[in-house]
Design a protein around this ligand. Structure first.
Ligand code: PAN
Ligand code: ZN
Length: 195
């Protein structure tokens, strides 16, 4: 995240639940297929999509509320519908670097799944729709998958100091992957984990 300015006064933003945009916003990040190239199972599809213009997978907007005594942050993520091979658009997924840092995710639009997995393999895939709120405990990696026909939008609340650690997910993914099969979302074992 960018340089952070200390502000001890209250801050209020206005969210557009259709797009995930809120104002004022301090930072926007776009993630394309090339940014997630190691996360998708179908590496041929990844190469082809990158060569054809590298489609957008999601947009993140952040507001770190930095006071002289706290570092709560707001993030919204908007995942448009789409697939890479048979696998649906999804976030990269990460652990928090600090081992005492949870997070709250609140789905405000769309449908899909929130995958969570601890370092020793305790795995949960929670069906998600507008109105679903999940508390992600410390040391559970988290990833959201959009299996619907509209953009999926969710709101996240976390501490900036939590830190994002992507390496283990990049190396092994989650226990299962969620793919489209006969027009439906199905969970199947992650081929990378059965080696
Ligand atoms: C969220 C995520 C955001 C994007 O703000 O960072 O949804 O997902 P990736 O970071 O996995 O690309 C969050 O979980 N913050 O801790
Ligand atoms: Zn997180």
């Amino acid at each position: 995240m960018k340089e952070m300015v200390i502000n001890d006064l209250p801050v209020t933003v206005q969210l557009d639940t259709t797009t995930g945009e809120f104002l004022p916003c301090l930072e926007k990040v776009l993630r394309r297929v090339s940014d997630l190239s190691l996360m998708f199972s179908d590496q041929e599809a990844v190469k082809q999509i990158i060569s054809m213009g590298d489609q957008l997978v999601y947009e993140i907007r952040y507001y770190p509320f930095i006071t002289s005594k706290s570092d709560m942050a707001l993030g919204t993520t908007a995942i448009p519908p789409g697939k890479v091979g048979d696998e649906y658009h999804m976030t990269k997924g990460h652990f928090h670097a600090r081992d005492d840092q949870p997070e709250i995710y609140y789905c405000v639009r769309g449908e899909g799944f929130l995958q969570m997995e601890s370092r020793d393999g305790d795995y949960h895939a929670v069906p998600w729709k507008a109105g679903t709120i999940t508390h992600i405990p410390p040391q559970y990696a988290h990833r959201v998958i959009n299996t619907g026909r509209t953009t999926l939008v969710f709101v996240a609340s976390f501490h900036v100091a939590a830190g994002h650690e992507y390496e283990l997910i990049e190396a092994r993914g989650f226990k299962n992957i969620i793919i489209e099969h006969d027009g439906k979302a199905v969970e199947v074992p992650n081929p990378r984990r059965s080696i």
